[in-house]
Design a protein around this ligand. Structure first.
Ligand SMILES: Cc1cc2nc3c(=O)[nH]c(=O)nc-3n(C[C@H](O)[C@H](O)[C@H](O)COP(=O)(O)OP(=O)(O)OC[C@H]3O[C@@H](n4cnc5c(N)ncnc54)[C@H](O)[C@@H]3O)c2cc1C
Length: 359
C-alpha cells in the first residue's frame, strides 16, 4: 500500500494547479487522470479576457485573477520549459451599431481595459467589418496544449501520476482517510470536471453543465498577433508539431443538449459565419466539443465535504478555468495545508445543508 497526503482525480487545468501548489507546499500527491480528449481543458481556447457580455463589464475578481494568472503561468511554464502564457489583445469587430455604442459608452465610463483602435485599416485585408472595432487590452492567451502535457510529464517523472480511469466502486472511505486499490491517502479531491455532478458525494451541488463547440481552422494569411472577435472568437492556436496559421474558432454555449458530441449544426453555422467575416481562404482541420463544469451561480465549488472531510472538490470553473484555477488552486492548497480559509463565494460551506441532507 502506498500512502499519499492527497489523491486528486483529474489533471485538467484544475488538477494541474491544485497539485502544483500542494506539491510546492511539501505534501505528497498522486493524480489519477484518464486524459480524455473531450475534456474542456483540452478543448478551450485559453483566453483570459478582463471584460464580458454584451455590456462589456469587468469579470468577477479580474483585478486579482489576471495578474496572479500571468505570474503563475509564467513561473510554472519556466519550471517546465514551456512558454504557456502570452498577451494577445482582442480586436472586437462590432457586429451591430448597438454593440458599437455599448463599447464606446463603457470606454467613456472606464477605460481600464478598453481602447479605440487608431489604425483599424490594417485588418481590412483579412476581415469584413461594417461597424468599426475596439480593443480589449490586455487579454492573455494560455497555451493549454503546451502546459498540460508538460506538467503531466513532470508528474509522471515524480511518480505522481497514474494514467487510468478512476473507478468509484473501488473507493473506501474510512476514519483515517481513503483507500483506493493499493493506494491510501489522507484526503481525496475531485478535480474531474463535470463528472463530479454525477457521483454521490457532490451531485447535489447546483452544477449547470454547458456544452461548447469550436472548430480548428487553418487561415495562413491572418496575423497571429491578436485574438479577433465578431460574434465568435478567432484565436491563434498551436498544436504540437503544427505549422503557423492555425486558429480556434468558437464557441457555442448550450444549456440544453442531448449529447456532448460535435454537431453538424455548429459546424455549418460557424463555417457560414467565417465565410462572411474572413476575406482570406481557410480550411477546417478539426471540430471540438466538451461540456463545461459550469454552476448555477457562476462561482466555483471548492472545499471538503461537510460530513466526510476526507473527500473534497475543486471544480465548477465554468467558462473561466484559465483564470480561476491558478488563483483558487493556491488558495485551496494553502487552506488544506495551513487552514488559512477560503473565499466564502467559492467555498462549498455555502451548501452545507444540501450536502448533509440524507447522506
Ligand atoms: C469550447 C470551450 C471553450 C472554452 N474556452 C475557454 C477559454 O478560452 N478560457 C477559459 O478560461 N476557459 C475556457 N473554457 C472553460 C474551461 O475549459 C474550463 O473551465 C476548464 O477547462 C475546467 O477545467 P477542469 O480541470 O476543472 O475540468 P476538465 O477540463 O473537465 O478536466 C477534468 C480532468 O479529469 C479527468 N477525468 C474525469 N473523470 C475522470 C475519471 N473518472 N478518471 C480519471 N480521470 C478523469 C479528465 O480526463 C480531465 O483531464 C472553455 C470550455 C469549452 C468547452
Amino acid at each position: 500500500m502506498t500512502h499519499y497526503h492527497f489523491l486528486l482525480i483529474g489533471q485538467g487545468i484544475s488538477g494541474t494547479f491544485l497539485s502544483h501548489y500542494l506539491l510546492k507546499g511539501g505534501s505528497s500527491c498522486l493524480v489519477i487522470d484518464d486524459r480524455r480528449e473531450a475534456a474542456p481543458s483540452r478543448t478551450a481556447a485559453g483566453i483570459i479576457n478582463p471584460v464580458t457580455g454584451r455590456r462589456i463589464v469587468k469579470t468577477w475578481m479580474i483585478e486579482d485573477l489576471m495578474p496572479f494568472a500571468w505570474d503563475a503561468y509564467t513561473l510554472l511554464g519556466t519550471a517546465l520549459g514551456v512558454a504557456c502564457i502570452s498577451q494577445k489583445n482582442s480586436i472586437d469587430f462590432f457586429p451591430s451599431a448597438q454593440m458599437h455604442n455599448a463599447f464606446y459608452e463603457r470606454l467613456a465610463a472606464d477605460d481600464q481595459y478598453l481602447s479605440s483602435i487608431s489604425n483599424k485599416e490594417i485588418f481590412r485585408p483579412y476581415f469584413n467589418f461594417d461597424f468599426d472595432a475596439g480593443e480589449i487590452n490586455p487579454c492573455y492567451l494560455v497555451d493549454l496544449a503546451a502546459l498540460l502535457p508538460a506538467y503531466r510529464k513532470f508528474l509522471f517523472q515524480q511518480n505522481s501520476l497514474l494514467e487510468e480511469s478512476f473507478d468509484l466502486t473501488q473507493l473506501v472511505v474510512n476514519d483515517r482517510g481513503i483507500r483506493y486499490k493499493d493506494i491510501s491517502a489522507d484526503t481525496l479531491i475531485f478535480c474531474d470536471g463535470i463528472e463530479s455532478s454525477q457521483h454521490p458525494y457532490f451531485n447535489r451541488l447546483p452544477f449547470a453543465p454547458n456544452k461548447g463547440e469550436a472548430l480548428l481552422i487553418r487561415a495562413a494569411d491572418i496575423p497571429d498577433t491578436h485574438i479577433y472577435k465578431k460574434g465568435i472568437n478567432l484565436v491563434p492556436y498551436r498544436q504540437p508539431g503544427s505549422d503557423k496559421g492555425l486558429f480556434w474558432a468558437g464557441s457555442s454555449y448550450e444549456w440544453n443538449f442531448n449529447n456532448a458530441d460535435p454537431s453538424d449544426y455548429f459546424r455549418q453555422k460557424t463555417v457560414a459565419q467565417l465565410k462572411e467575416w474572413l476575406k482570406v481562404p481557410f480550411t477546417v482541420e478539426a471540430h471540438l466539443a466538451a461540456v463545461r463544469p459550469a454552476t448555477l451561480e457562476r462561482r466555483p465549488f471548492i472545499g471538503l465535504h461537510p460530513l466526510l472531510p476526507q473527500i473534497g472538490i475543486f471544480n465548477g470553473m465554468g467558462t473561466k478555468g484559465c483564470s480561476l484555477a491558478p488563483y483558487f488552486g493556491k488558495q485551496f492548497a494553502q487552506d488544506l495545508l495551513n487552514k488559512t480559509g477560503l473565499n466564502h463565494e467559492v467555498s462549498i460551506n455555502r451548501f452545507t445543508k444540501i450536502l448533509s441532507r440524507n447522506f
